[in-house]
Design a protein around this ligand. Structure first.
Ligand code: MTE
Ligand code: MO
Length: 200
């Protein structure tokens, strides 16, 4: 029997640098604050609101009809695992905002999820291809436990910012803490600066 691991890349050798304090993970751990919600594609939708007004709503069909973007990236969890060379497909936030026909917002955005989870990020961190709503992982439909049918992906920030089972993006002038941020996680969460907790 041939052991492919013997010929493959060694687990401990990174493809590229890993943020400080992180170790490499070959698997894909699941981290959820609650149970995996059952999401019905027939009723699923995603809404964007800016300054208190809804400017666009997409269902599963209209989201998939938008231009799709592939992204190959590393992801970093605050619990110290990083996973390199992950492949995702979805729709950039730029594409959604263009489809809504609105001026690019400024300020901050709160992601809202099925089940009540929220997380906040500055608007520039989801623009210019840095934030996507992804529905495909490794060429397969995104698994429910990893946020399927659709999750937010912001790979340059710790993974708690990548809201699973996303349903809304609320653009706002002032920053506000989301679910983990209220429990002392960092408002920004840059893994390269180890911004894990509030005062990091
Ligand atoms: N809706 C929702 N999104 C979420 C979470 C959650 O509990 N609920 N957990 C966050 C945390 S803390 C992490 S580390 C990542 C984990 O993503 P994964 O389970 O696909 O590895 O999802 C983030 N997104
Ligand atoms: Mo996490």
């Amino acid at each position: 029997m041939i052991n492919n691991k013997f010929f493959g890349r060694r687990r401990s050798e990174p493809t590229r640098p890993v943020p400080p304090g992180q170790y490499l993970e070959d698997g894909f751990p699941v981290l959820s604050a609650g149970p995996t919600p059952r999401v019905d594609l027939a009723t699923w939708d995603l809404s964007i609101s800016i300054g208190g007004s809804t400017v666009g709503t997409w269902n599963w069909e209209s989201l998939n009809a938008l231009p799709q973007t592939d992204i190959h990236t590393d992801i970093h969890c605050v619990t110290k695992w990083s996973k390199q060379d992950t492949d995702w497909r979805g729709v950039t936030i730029d594409t959604l905002l263009a489809d809504a026909g609105v001026e690019t917002p400024t300020g901050f955005v709160m992601a809202g999820c099925e089940g009540g989870y929220t997380t906040n990020v500055p608007v520039p961190d989801v623009l210019e291809g840095k934030g996507l709503l992804v529905h495909t992982y490794d060429n397969e439909p995104l698994a429910p436990e990893h946020g399927g049918p659709v999750r937010l992906l912001i790979p340059h920030l710790y993974l708690w910012k990548s809201a699973k089972w996303i349903r809304s993006l609320t653009f706002m002038d002032q920053d506000a803490p989301g679910f983990w941020e209220r429990y002392g996680y960092h408002m920004y969460g840059d893994p390269w600066r180890e911004q894990r907790y509030t005062n990091d």
